[in-house]
Design a protein around this ligand. Structure first.
Ligand code: GLU
Length: 449
């Protein structure tokens, strides 16, 4: 069961369905925001008059292009890449690039749409955008990754720039890929324009704490949600789905704050380690060796591996979905509720289905939606842009402190907005409305553009 739409919003949503056929993830992301905006139009009729919602749902610009490249056997390969420049009312388009075989326009548009509100919530001057390709990095050599990134940038370079559009990483795109992309951009343009990409390496313009930021940020947000309830993360049993960049650093910060993290996963299976995930081993397998998670149990005899298992059946008090969209369904939510879960913070983008969110919130579980809880990554990208603009480089401690302040502010803003709109403690309402108002008022001020 999902909530109905306000009568003013239903035709807007029907129009989105009609104009964007088949893009189910985009429909889902739009619907989830529209479901919460009814009271906003009552309070701010000028935003309805200005058709701000209709305008936000239509990307400012969408770029789709061919990426031809040669594999190690000399065979020609063709991929498709996207950059959706969604909204620039608050700053240059900002958002990651995703390389995954599931990528199509509907995925990039859902991510770009989420990014508008998430970036607004950070309080920093960044608009919303997203990109990616259906390229599958799995099993590719370094040289293949490099050739693909160079070919992609040979087209993308003309659309981006430090004041125009600033891509970064997402699933399948980390420091290595950003390096190849930045190298090609620099070569084509003959400019050392650090601020054109974020997530760079530390010795060529990157920011300290950027790698850790999304995972750490999600834990900072979780801590704030628990604080409101007079509780804390210390001593809590946690499960974290995924084992990529977001999951690894969510585990690191959760452990540092005294939590017991007992499970993580990849697309093949689940590791359960009742002694607590061995983070050094996990990093070695995933970051250094780039192997599958199943390798973990070969090194840790006490741990078990559930092939094709479901992580949400592992009893826990705190669940952190840090893998991908729609990974936590209503059925999963029911098993979390049954097992006594008290909080869920989304490290991934839209990992919980609408029905799943409904089950969690009905059970009174503290639920932190991705556009608030995982905003630490992009917020730290904006801090990287600040450092690049001033040709400066901050310490880890200072950057982490800034990240923490930003997450505390996002939490407060979402909480206060939820109170203002009679939904105290409903962070979905709080995040959507607070993000929307920031962008909407800016769009109204900038005129019909
Ligand atoms: N891909 C990340 C996100 O979903 C980070 C984007 C960025 O740093 O620009 O927010």
């Amino acid at each position: 069961m999902v909530a109905g739409l306000d009568e003013k919003l239903e035709p807007i949503f029907q129009d989105v369905l009609r104009r964007n056929p088949g893009e189910t993830e985009f429909h889902q992301a739009v619907r989830e925001v529209l479901e919460t905006l009814g009271p906003v139009l009552v309070k701010y009729p000028e935003l309805a008059e200005q058709k701000i919602i209709q305008r936000i749902c239509e990307p400012e610009r969408q770029i789709i292009f061919r990426v031809p490249w040669q594999d190690d056997r000399g065979q020609i390969q063709i991929n498709r890449a996207f950059r959706v420049e969604f909204n620039s009312a608050l700053g240059p388009y900002k958002g990651g690039m995703r390389f995954h075989p599931s990528v199509y326009l509907g995925i990039i548009k859902f991510l770009g749409f989420e990014q508008i509100f998430k970036n607004a919530l950070t309080g920093l001057p960044i608009g919303g955008g997203k990109g990616g390709s259906d390229f599958d990095p799995k099993g590719k050599s370094d040289a293949e990754i490099m050739r693909f990134c160079q070919s992609l940038m040979t087209e993308l370079y003309r659309h981006i720039g430090e004041h125009t559009d600033v891509p970064a990483g997402d699933i399948g795109v980390g420091g290595r890929e950003i390096g190849y992309l930045f190298g090609q951009y620099k070569r084509i343009t003959n400019r050392y324009e650090s601020g054109v990409l974020t997530g760079k390496g530390l010795n060529w313009g990157g920011s300290r704490a950027r790698t850790e930021a999304t995972g750490y940020g999600a834990i900072f947000f979780l801590e704030e949600m628990l604080k409101v309830r007079g509780d804390s993360i210390e001593g809590k049993t946690c499960v974290v789905s995924g084992s990529g960049n977001v999951a690894i650093y969510a585990i690191e910060k959760a452990q540092a704050l005294g939590a017991r993290v007992i499970a993580c996963s990849d697309s093949n299976g689940v590791v359960v380690d009742q002694d607590g995930i061995d983070l050094a081993l996990l990093k070695q397998i995933k970051e250094v060796e780039r192997r599958r998670l199943s390798a973990y149990v070969q090194e840790r005899t006490g741990a078990t591996y559930l092939e094709n298992g479901c992580i949400w059946t592992v009893p826990c008090q705190i669940a952190l979905p840090c893998a991908t969209q729609n990974e936590l369904t209503a059925k999963d939510a029911q098993s979390l509720v049954r097992n006594g879960c008290i909080a869920v913070a989304e490290g991934a983008n839209m990992p919980t289905t609408p029905e799943g969110i409904h089950v969690l919130m009905d059970a009174g579980i503290a639920f932190g939606p991705g556009k608030a809880a995982n905003a630490g990554g992009v917020a730290t990208s904006a801090l990287e842009m600040q450092q690049n603009a001033s040709r400066d480089s901050w310490s880890f401690e200072y950057t982490e402190q800034r990240l923490k302040e930003i997450m505390v502010n996002i939490h407060r803003n979402c909480y206060e907005t939820s109170e203002e709109f009679d939904s105290k403690g409903n962070y979905v309402v709080g995040a959507n409305i607070a993000g929307f108002l920031k962008v909407g008022h800016a769009m109204a001020a900038l005129g019909l553009v």
